[in-house]
Design a protein around this ligand. Structure first.
Ligand code: SF4
Ligand code: SF4
Length: 417
C-alpha cells in the first residue's frame, strides 16, 4: 500500500491511504465496547482497533496480504460508532472507505452482482427509477408485503420535483429557502416520504428548491468500495451550486452524510429533522390513546453527521407519546448494504436490538427512525421472524405530515424567531 496524504481527502478513487492516520490509533480500546462485530464475536481482529492494526501492519510491510485481513475488513458494518467513542479522533470511516476501495480495486473482494448492478443504476437516476418501478407496482398492489410496506400511495409518474413545484405555487411560503436532496432509492421506492417532507417544510413556511441535475449522493459506492464516488460528487457540486439557498436538506441520514462530503466548504447539508428543530415546527394535536412511538437513531446521523439525536421538540411536535428505543444509539445492522453482504451478522445484530418490540408497551406500536435503509432493516425484524407482534415502521417526518390539506404557518423561521 502506498502513502499519499491527499488520498484521504476524498475517499474513493485513489488507491492509497495514510500511514499517519493509521498510526493515530493509540490502542486504548475505548471503541471495542461500542463495536457491533466485536460484541458479536469477542474477537479483537473484529474490532476497530484490530482492523486498524491489521491494515497498518500490512501498510508498513510487516504483514503479507492475507485473506483473514480481507475477511475482517468485510465484517465491519461501517456504523462509525467507533469514531464517536475514540478519544484520539481516529478518522476510522475515512480509512475504512479507502481500504474497502483498495480491496475492490485489487480484486481482494468483490461486491455481489446485485450490488454492482445497483451501483451502476444509482449513477443514472432515470434508469434507477425505471428499474424499481416493478417493486413499486407490487407494493401498490399489495403483492409485495414485507420489506417496503410503508404508508402512502404516491402517483407513480409524479416526481418529487413536480410535486414540490405544485405545492410551492399553491402555498407560496416566504421563509427560509433550502434545496432538497431527493435521493435515488428515496425517489424510486420511498417517494411518499419525500412528498411528506415537502409538505412538512412548506407547512413550516420553508421555500423548497429541487435542482433538476442532482444525482445519487455516492453513499452506495462508498458502502461497496466501487468506483464512481468522485464523478457523483462532481455532479452534485454542479447541481447544488446555488447561492440563493441557505442549506441543502436531506431526509436520509446516510445520503445527507455522503452529500455533505461532496459539498464541504460550499453549502451546508442539514438533516431535515435537525433543521426543523431550529425552526420550531408546527405541532400536531396530542394523539392521546394513539400509537406509542419508539424512536431509533440512525448511526449515520449520530456518528456520521455527529448530531446529538433527533430533536425532542420535533418528536414532541408529532403529538405522539414517544420514547427512545432501548439501545437507540446502537447499530441496527443495516449498514447501507451490510444486510446484503453479511446477512447473518446483520440479522444477529438486529435480533439483539429488536427483541424489546416483542414486549414493548403500546398497541399499536410505531418504530420511527430517519433513514430509509434502517427502516427496511427494522421492517425485516417482523418479516424475518425476529419480532412476533405487529408494529409499523415509519420515518419521523411522516409523523409530522399535515397531509394534502396543509396550511402554511408564515411565522416559522430558523431559530423560531
Ligand atoms: S464502523 Fe462499526 S462495525 Fe466497523 S469497526 Fe467501527 S464500530 Fe465496529
Ligand atoms: S478508541 Fe480510537 S485510539 Fe482507542 S483503540 Fe479505538 S480507534 Fe484506537
Amino acid at each position: 500500500m502506498t502513502t499519499s496524504k491527499e488520498s484521504l481527502t476524498t475517499a474513493g478513487e485513489c488507491a492509497s491511504h495514510d500511514q499517519d492516520l493509521l498510526a493515530s490509533c493509540v490502542h486504548c480500546g475505548f471503541c471495542l465496547e461500542v463495536c457491533p462485530t466485536y460484541k458479536l464475536t469477542g474477537d479483537e481482529n473484529n474490532s476497530p482497533r484490530g482492523r486498524l492494526r491489521l491494515w497498518r501492519e500490512e501498510a508498513e510491510g510487516r504483514l503479507a496480504q492475507d485473506p483473514w485481513t480481507d475477511f475482517y475488513t468485510s465484517e465491519c458494518v461501517g456504523c462509525l460508532a467507533c469514531e464517536s467513542a475514540c478519544p484520539a479522533n481516529v478518522p476510522y470511516g475515512t480509512i475504512f472507505e479507502q481500504v474497502k476501495h483498495e480491496h475492490v480495486a485489487a480484486k481482494r473482494s468483490r461486491p455481489p452482482l446485485v450490488l454492482r448492478l445497483a451501483a451502476l443504476l444509482a449513477a443514472r437516476p432515470a434508469l434507477f427509477n425505471l428499474a424499481l418501478w416493478p417493486a413499486r407496482l407490487l407494493r401498490r398492489t399489495g403483492l409485495l408485503t414485507h420489506r417496503f410496506l410503508f404508508a402512502g400511495r404516491p402517483a407513480v409518474v409524479q416526481s418529487t420535483a413536480d410535486y414540490a413545484k405544485q405545492l410551492m405555487e399553491r402555498h407560496r411560503p416566504t421563509g427560509p429557502r433550502v434545496a432538497f436532496l431527493t435521493g435515488c432509492l428515496m425517489e424510486a421506492l420511498f417517494r411518499e416520504i419525500n412528498f411528506a417532507t415537502i409538505r412538512v417544510l412548506i407547512e413550516n413556511n420553508v421555500q423548497v428548491v429541487i435542482p433538476p441535475e442532482q444525482g445519487c449522493c455516492g453513499a452506495f459506492q462508498e458502502h461497496t468500495g466501487l468506483d464512481g464516488v468522485q464523478a457523483l460528487q462532481a455532479r452534485n457540486r454542479q447541481a447544488f451550486d446555488l447561492s440563493e439557498v441557505q442549506a441543502v436538506v436531506s431526509n436520509s441520514s446516510g445520503c445527507g452524510l455522503a452529500l455533505g462530503k461532496a459539498l464541504a466548504g460550499r453549502l451546508p447539508v442539514r438533516d431535515v429533522l435537525s433543521f426543523l428543530g431550529e425552526i420550531g415546527p408546527v405541532r400536531r394535536p396530542r394523539r392521546d390513546g394513539a400509537a406509542r412511538v419508539y424512536v431509533d437513531l440512525p448511526c449515520h446521523l449520530i456518528h456520521g453527521q455527529k448530531m446529538a439525536g433527533i430533536p425532542a421538540s420535533v418528536l414532541d411536535a408529532t403529538g405522539y407519546q414517544w420514547e427512545l428505543a432501548p439501545q437507540a444509539r446502537d447499530c441496527c445492522g443495516s449498514g447501507g448494504v451490510y444486510n446484503i453482504q453479511k446477512p447473518e451478522n446483520s440479522r444477529e445484530i438486529l435480533a439483539r436490538k429488536s427483541a424489546f418490540l416483542n414486549e414493548a408497551k403500546g398497541d399499536p406500536v410505531i418504530l420511527a427512525t430517519s433513514n430509509h435503509v434502517c427502516m427496511m432493516q427494522w421492517n425485516s425484524a417482523r418479516s424475518g421472524g425476529l419480532v412476533h407482534r405487529p408494529y409499523r415502521v415509519q420515518h419521523v417526518i411522516q409523523l409530522l405530515d399535515p397531509g394534502e390539506d396543509l396550511t402554511v404557518h408564515k411565522t416559522a423561521s430558523p431559530g423560531g424567531k
